[in-house]
Design a protein around this ligand. Structure first.
Ligand code: G3P
Length: 258
């Protein structure tokens, strides 16, 4: 299983790369909106820097255009301007027209066009296994089911109060489901099962806590992308801290000087 950092923050990416624990990076327009004012770079320089820090490991960059023609053009521009060979183009599975509730299949068409030109595609905003299947059939290298946001959706539609980071049980809650999906982890598992015979990797995204990360791995996600804070929290346990305190107390000065 591969572990990615879900961040566009240069310092965060540099730090986790220096620890040798990440296999890739995923970004999106919201993450870039937060990270750009911090770096003070223009978007092309910023993306190039992220790609360089990752030393050949994949960096997902999302398209912001919404028609097939514009999306293909934007993907080519990004690749040409950023000038790095580890770019993965992130394409929304279902595009909306003029910001309205009308959908189009231009995302799917774009996946096909880019994949045919050997441009790797990460299909984003996956909330059903059927969306994942369409993306895989069109040639996507990765599909990204949104684990935490699926849990949000289940809780919102069933009026369950929660905090964004709250754990939601993978086995779901009684009478809470969305067309047969009972939790974000269930969504990941169903994507894994439905894509068994495809070359498309399941990249679990929108992972908000360490337990969810572990469960994504158990149900067979190929890749899990997590925010910086979740990666940090993976190292923590109260008994580890307690044990550390005791070992510190029991270390003699002679031992410490060794
Ligand atoms: O990888 C997608 C991710 O950035 C979305 O996370 O927590 O906003 O649902 P979240």
């Amino acid at each position: 299983m591969k572990l990615y950092l879900d961040s566009a923050n240069i310092k965060e990416v540099e730090t986790m790369m220096s620890y040798g624990i990440i296999d890739g990076v995923t970004t999106n327009p919201s993450l870039l909106k937060k990270a750009l004012p911090i770096s003070g770079l223009n978007i092309t320089q910023h993306l190039r820097k992220l790609c360089k820090i990752m030393k050949g490991k994949p960096v997902s960059i999302e398209l912001t255009q919404r028609t097939h023609k514009e999306m293909v053009k934007q993907a080519r521009n990004i690749i040409q301007k950023v000038k790095c060979n580890n770019i993965v183009i992130k394409v929304p599975v279902c595009t909306i027209i003029n910001g309205k509730e009308t959908f189009s299949m231009d995302g799917i068409k774009t996946i096909k066009s880019l994949s045919e030109c050997n441009i790797e595609v990460n299909t984003t905003l996956i909330f059903t296994p059927e969306q994942a299947l369409l993306a895989a059939k069109a040639g996507a290298k990765y599909v990204s089911p949104f684990t935490g946001r699926m849990d949000d959706y289940l809780r919102d539609t069933h009026r369950i109060k929660y905090d964004k980071k709250d754990y939601y049980p993978f086995q779901g809650k009684k009478n809470v489901e969305d067309e047969g999906i009972i939790s974000g982890i269930d969504l990941v598992q169903q994507c894994v099962e439905i894509l068994e015979s495809y070359n498309t990797e399941v990249l679990a995204a929108s992972v908000r806590n360490t337990q969810q990360l572990r469960e994504c791995s158990i149900v067979g996600a190929d890749i899990i992308t997590v925010p910086y804070t979740v990666l940090q929290l993976m190292v923590v346990h109260p008994k580890t801290m307690q044990g550390m305190k005791q070992f510190d107390k029991d270390s003699s000065e002679e031992y410490k000087a060794l």
